[in-house]
Design a protein around this ligand. Structure first.
Ligand SMILES: NC(=O)c1ncn([C@@H]2O[C@H](COP(=O)(O)O)[C@@H](O)[C@H]2O)c1NC=O
Length: 489
């Protein structure tokens, strides 16, 4: 029995190679791997001893030889005999660390693995006979299976698929790195790699299958509670994105991907109480996010509400003890959250690909006769930071850095204003209003004035801006134009 080992990442190799040797495998290794093994007193023969040809071009060609690939790809003993080859039964390969060398063109080129990819693909193709091991994380399972004599076709096939997934992700990384280095526009080919994090009980509805795939930019850990659902995960994303808008303690409460509450406070307890007041009825069964560690005081309040998911960067031990008494709450601790790559939306037959919307308000133009007061200004900025997370047509009313009314996902903007007004009730008096896009008519302003809104923030840019500004001035309101819209469909 022969095992070919050619690895860049030599993590955990010593024990594994010793195990293979003990099991009677004759080890064949490429230069660096052979040296590593011999330093640890593990016998290995060089590739050159089989091919009769040295490694050349600084390692660009090591294993690319018919005597190696024939020994992997031959299906039957007769074929091996015909070409006087000794079959290779196990192939252990991991690739040049391209990901650690992105930046300098020369390093990038040198770190494109050719021979390793060919070995992986050859061994994976011939999985009926050959076992391909493409990651140190597989060593343990293989050793256990070998001990039990269970290296069967199912395991070889599963490992072959892992090898194909690795080569596919490797080429995806290479393409994207070179594209980003040399070109500015949208990539000609859209290549994306992600790995299944978990199967979900079902998708958006119980008759749809579902799973979560992740690409490495975000990491979190579930500390408590039932399995997350498809809709939980979607809402969790919206909730976390809102609180990440703020430096100061912030809490967002989400239902069906829209905030029904969001607020800033001197601490998380205060932010939570203010957010909850936004729409206490809708908050039942919500997804709650906090941008700061959740402490005992906040946890005591949160415990009173039925929360589906609570997501935060951390929790004190006391807070966890309080919250974990509730069986149904899912508690998520965020470890890493990077917005990289592209924002994707699936449509039939393709993908809509766009930048993440990272544009933030740097300056706004006052277009009304009256300037906003200091409090109005503070609330306008708060409202603008939140309205981008409400489905279009989006209107939010805010007071004292808290949402008091939201109109989401309506086909007409004035209807969104009416819904926000209905939700806010008396609290609309003295509140401000944010709109995710311009007002096509003055009707929305007239509606807002009627319920006591005193200031407005919106992109501007409508053909009828003049009429809209007239409505503002007639009602002694203040209005800021941001100059850009923040649609969310
Ligand atoms: N060119 C080749 O024939 C070739 N064969 C195997 N490799 C790679 O060489 C690495 C191991 O090299 P070494 O044993 O010399 O440290 C592995 O990551 C393997 O994927 C090769 N190098 C890259 O293309």
């Amino acid at each position: 029995m022969r095992a070919l080992i050619s690895v860049s990442d030599k993590k955990e190799l010593e024990d594994f190679a010793k195990f293979l040797a003990k099991k009677g495998y004759e080890i064949v290794a490429t230069g660096g791997t052979k040296k590593f093994l011999e330093e640890r007193e593990i016998k290995a023969i060089s590739v050159e001893e089989i091919t009769g040809y040295p490694e050349i071009l600084n390692g660009r060609v090591k294993t690319l030889h018919p005597a190696i690939h024939g020994a992997i790809l031959a299906e039957k003993n007769e074929d091996l005999e015909k070409y006087n080859l000794k079959g290779i039964d196990v192939v252990v390969v991991n690739l040049y660390p391209f990901e650690k060398n992105i930046g300098n063109e020369k390093d990038m080129i040198e770190n494109i693995d050719i021979g390793g990819v060919a070995l992986l693909r050859a061994a994976a193709k011939n999985y009926k006979r050959v076992l391909v091991i493409s990651s140190p994380s597989q060593y343990k399972e293989v050793m256990d299976a070998m001990e039990k004599g269970e290296i069967n076709e199912e395991l070889r096939r599963r490992y072959a698929l892992e090898a194909f997934a690795l080569t596919a992700s490797y080429d995806t990384m290479i393409y994207n790195a070179f594209w980003n280095k040399f070109y500015d526009g949208m990539p000609e080919h859209f290549l994306y790699y992600s790995k299944k994090k978990m199967e979900l009980r079902y998708g958006e509805n119980p008759h749809q299958r579902g799973a979560l795939y992740m690409d490495g930019n975000v990491e979190w850990e579930q500390l408590h509670g039932k399995k997350l659902s498809f809709n939980n995960l979607y809402d969790m994303d919206a909730a976390w994105n809102i609180v990440m808008e703020f430096e100061r303690p912030a809490v967002a409460i989400i239902k069906h991907a829209n905030p029904c509450g969001a607020a800033l406070g001197k601490d998380i307890k205060e932010a939570y109480m203010k957010a909850l007041e936004g729409d206490p009825i809708s908050a039942y069964g919500s997804i709650v996010a906090s941008n700061k560690r959740i402490d005992e005081e906040a946890a005591k309040e949160m415990k009173k509400l039925f929360i589906e998911v609570l997501i935060a960067p951390d929790f004190t031990q006391d807070a966890l003890e309080i919250l974990e008494k509730k069986k149904n709450i899912r508690i998520i601790k965020v470890k890493k959250w990077k917005k990289e790559g592209w924002n994707l939306r699936r449509i039939d037959g393709g993908l809509l690909v766009q930048d993440w919307d990272t544009k933030r308000l740097e300056e706004a133009k006052c277009v009304s006769k009256r300037l906003p007061s200091e409090e109005e200004m503070r609330d306008l900025i708060f409202a603008w930071s939140v309205v981008r997370y409400v489905k279009s047509n989006a209107i939010v009313f805010a007071k004292n850095e808290a949402l008091v009314g939201v109109g989401a996902g309506q086909m007409s903007r004035v209807d969104s204003v009416k819904i926000a007004a209905m939700k806010a009730g008396d609290r609309a008096k003295g509140a401000v209003m944010a709109s995710d896009a311009f007002f096509p008519f003055r009707d929305a302003i007239d509606e807002a004035a009627k319920v006591g809104i005193t200031a407005v923030i919106q992109p501007g840019g409508s053909k009828r801006d003049r009429e809209v500004i007239e409505a503002i001035d007639e009602n002694n309101m203040a209005m800021l134009f941001t100059g850009f819209r923040v649609f969310r469909h």
